[in-house]
Design a protein around this ligand. Sequence first.
Ligand SMILES: [Zn+2]
Length: 371
Amino acid sequence: MSDVFDRVPGQGAAISYLRQAALRPHHAYVFAGPEGSGKALAMRAFAAALLCEQGGCGTCRACTLALDDRHPNVFIVEPEGRDIHVEAVRDDIWHNVYRTSPEAGRKVFLVREADRLNPAAADVLLKVLEEPPGDAVLILSSARPHEMAETVMSRCHTVTFLPLAEDFVVRALEEDGVSAEEALLATRLTGGNLGRARRLARDEDGLSFRDAAAEALGYVMQGPDGAFAAAEVVLKAAGEYRKALKKGLDRDLESFRGEDGRPDEAYRGIINRVEARHRRRERRAEHDYVDWVLLAVSAMLRDDVMLALGGDPDWRVNLDLDREPHVGAVRAARGFGAVERARASLAEETNLNTRLVLEQAFLETGRALAA
Ligand SMILES: [Zn+2]
């Protein structure tokens, strides 16, 4: 019947459950499954099915806006820094859930990375889950459902998403029109994360983070001074990425402008929310980009280790690069460890100075490669 769910590949069981659930929804769900398994895609599709008069046709105004995170009745909560703070749950859920929806029909609340709700935020959410209004549906998602509060979990229906196999992600990209070679490369560079692999294959600058990684690694090989040059290369590329992201905001908001080019008053609420979301993304942009670069550096060193040990070149992540390993397996492995330690500290602490983290990571990597 409804074809909005056809956009979520490889999750047959979850999707057939959601098709049924859309007809007679429960008040809250947790979409549980690893990063890149299609939870975000499924959240949008389910929201569209709940808001569309035909149950998720995929083409009407309600579907189009919901699939693009821009429907006035969809409220989105996501981490700010490392946590989801109580203010976000209060402002976006509590203040709206018992009110009349901006447009006729249901209200849908999406909580992304719900394992990051801090205790105070989880308490407010729990109050809503204990007395949910009839016209609201809450959809939480998490790659670490075991880290969520049991009290929250027990009031939601869990929908399980399975990890996607490499050849499945490759085929999905090929069906989008991506060449076989590019599809395999994008899949490996993103560790099989379908959403990221799609963006990487589609965006013109999709591989810029890997170019920055290759240039940075070149500098790192030159010794201690190279570490600072390498950090500079990465920060410059991250700045470009952030600028491009900012341009996306204006494009997103254009659809809300009237003929005089000014925002339509009726859309004030959703425009404010889209703007706030973009500011969050923009603040996170540098941090995310730096992690992609470090991941790419560690993938190159991993390839070096594998090749130095006589592994099959077809097992490389960077299938398109003809890099000759410059150092032996042991040094490359130590370098790999240094980069992964830097990624771990970046993930744990979002307030760290990115430049310092990078310089430190590259200094240690350089030392490991030279030792
Ligand atoms: Zn529709």
